[in-house]
Design a protein around this ligand. Structure first.
Ligand code: 5GP
Length: 214
């Protein structure tokens, strides 16, 4: 179906630390590489084993991060458990203009800032089926100290208070189903009347012509 919308859909995906949202995003991009672009954030936290600069994150110093804020290079930024995280704006703009559906995997403060700046942003929240499962996933990951896990669980509790600001809740108990659900939700956004003014105007003009007997 050809639509008039030329720019992509901007989607924010949030979820508790350990909700599995990273894995969902990875699979979504592997399955539909021509449809989606995943924004790479800048952060002041240190890389986990296996993470590399420019892939999972741009790992920067606090001075570098503050300079990005100063230069208005970030679409949004927030502090999360003692570190800064932010979305470089240029890449997001460029990918949207090329018609890619861009995904930001960010926490709730950032999500709300993005929606304020761009009201047509789609907000998805990913959760495991229950709290116990979240605690187990964080512990089993084995990449964080007990203290950090406790801070992340406390942050998860805080974030749970803000879920109503989101448009859709995605329950992550079956990975493949979750990936398809996220894909369907985002692709349905393309059908919104508000994003299809040009096509509607074109059909109106044609119908007007027919009504006049042209
Ligand atoms: P992690 O340290 O586990 O990679 O990420 C911690 C939290 O920061 C996650 O909820 C993640 O979604 C969020 N996050 C990652 N990048 C950004 C960003 O650019 N901006 C904001 N506001 N949050 C981010």
């Amino acid at each position: 179906m050809k639509r008039s919308r030329k720019t992509g859909i901007l989607t924010v995906v949030s979820g508790f630390s350990g909700s599995g949202k990273g894995t969902i995003m990875k699979q979504l991009l592997e399955k539909y590489p021509d449809t989606y672009a995943l924004s790479i954030s800048a952060t002041t936290r240190t890389p986990r084993p296996g993470e590399s600069h420019g892939k999972e994150y741009f790992f920067v110093s606090e001075e570098e991060f503050l300079a990005m804020i100063e230069n208005h290079a970030l679409l949004e930024y927030a502090q999360y458990v003692n570190h800064y995280y932010g979305t470089p704006e240029a890449y997001v703009r460029q990918q949207l203009d090329q018609g890619k559906d861009v995904i930001l995997e960010i926490e709730i403060q950032g999500a709300l800032k993005v929606r304020e700046a761009h009201p047509d942003t789609l907000l998805l929240f990913v959760t495991p089926p229950n709290g116990e499962e979240l605690k187990n996933r964080l512990t089993e990951r084995g990449t964080e100290t007990e203290e950090v896990i406790r801070s992340r669980l406390s942050r998860a509790w805080q974030e749970a208070q803000g879920v109503e600001a989101y448009d859709y809740l995605v329950i992550n108990d079956n990975l493949d189903e979750c990936v398809e659900q996220v894909h369907t939700i985002i692709q349905n956004e393309h059908a919104r009347v508000a994003g299809n003014h040009e096509l509607i105007e074109k059909i109106r003009a044609e119908l007007k012509g027919f009504a006049k007997g042209e």
